[in-house]
Design a protein around this ligand. Sequence first.
Ligand code: COM
Length: 523
Amino acid sequence: MDIKDQHLNLAQWYDVIETALQDTDAEPILNLRDDGAGVYDAIFLGGGAGGRFGAAYLRAMGGRPLIVDAWPFLGGTCPHQACVPHHLFSDVAAELDLWRWFSGQLFFPDWDPGRASILEIIRLFLRGRSSAHAFMNWQTKEQLDVEYVLNARARLVDAATVEVAGRRFEARNLVLGMGARSRHPDIPGMELRGVFDFATLVEELDYEPSRCVVIGGGKTSLEYGSFFQATGCQTVIVSRSPLMRTPSLHHVDEDLRRYVVDGMRKRGVEILEGAEPVAILGSGKVERVVVRLAGGETAEIETDFVFIGTGETPNSAMARDVLGVRVGPQGEVLVDKTMRTNVPNVFAIGDLIGAPMEMFKARRCGVTAAKNIMGEAAEFDFSEYPDFLHTTYEVTWVGLSEQEARERFADVIIIQMPPYVEDLDTEHLPLPCADRTMLYAFAKPELSGFQKLVIDGESRRVVGAHHVGYGAKDAFQYLDYLIHRPEGLTIDELGNMNELFLNPEHFIQLSRLRAGRSELVNL
Ligand code: COM
């Protein structure tokens, strides 16, 4: 289907994408200048967040990119199966959390588990997801002027040639962005009906689960497990490491972690740490999960739904075998800070290069590769990225944990809410309270959140910030930039910013209360 000279509107794009998703024989979608003749500056293999942003940036710099993707849409797994549905689920979890705690009080109806359906939310997502896809295809063609071949599987021929949709395309550079797929534990029973990961959950769930076992202790497990529990689906999380202490999560402050995990327990999630799944049992369909508990004994958990959240494996085999790109122990393509692989003119970006498997990283990787291809030296070091996850809260952190700061600095100052003061009865203190936690603050104060700012007392610089509640994620993006500048950000500068009413999650008011002192002390 050649759409170069067609200017499809969003509804037409929606139909093209939905048709292609339902018909495995649908033809490739071609948006090519000069029918794809000539040599491209770069072919982006994979049109996910990294490929799309990289190609757009390269085009904006005057280059000629081509994106190829097996899916009939751009944007990759994020809007299709991963971040976008997860955000929808987390929003739903936050709403349901209020309903459950306030059931039958104020204007909340009595809690009705029959109304909180996992399946219904997934169907809602499935009805809407191609709208985002349609927009990305439209925008990339009509506004960003980027060529693409979609709905066709590509084959790498060599470091300058890609074969797709029955033809060959030449480029001076390749940018590999083929993403990653769920990694599954090697235990019996994984093939049973009722075992899902984040991708198959949205594609294949066709019944309403009543009980759930989540395997894994990282972000995905906490996020999906919190959603399942919030709907009333009794959830057990089975994790080898303590929750939020998996290797993919860094700079997690222990007090923040404790608040998050306690909060999940308060909401009824059963958490088995130090435990390992041994087998999934059932005849045709999941019925039980056998688990080896921390003490070595074995337990069986009845369930009709197993969710796997044990990480992802990069899709690097073709690049390794055909091009000889070097890969690391998890199959991640190894790159330097310019996104170059060991093969000249071959770059790699996004989930393909390993953790963190986050959209923000993918986008900036793509742009970094584009700049270097176009002759502008650029590096991206994502080792100090700010991070977040959702439970029924938004949990956000940036910089160092308190413990990390104490290992690095002699004089660490903590500004925290509720404050830590020995023997003070803070359990029912309705602080912090802010946007979306006001109801909790007045009726269930212990649920109104937690925040901590970590400061190097000597330089007065903020070195870490940690927050459980809502609204900090936006602020922390700027905070990340400010605290990682060579000159950093001092408590005095932070306290001198303008806050907009109650915004404890931005730490401005609390910093101002201490900034007047020449010798800083905890708050
Ligand atoms: C985001 C996809 S959902 S992209 O980064 O805009 O391509």
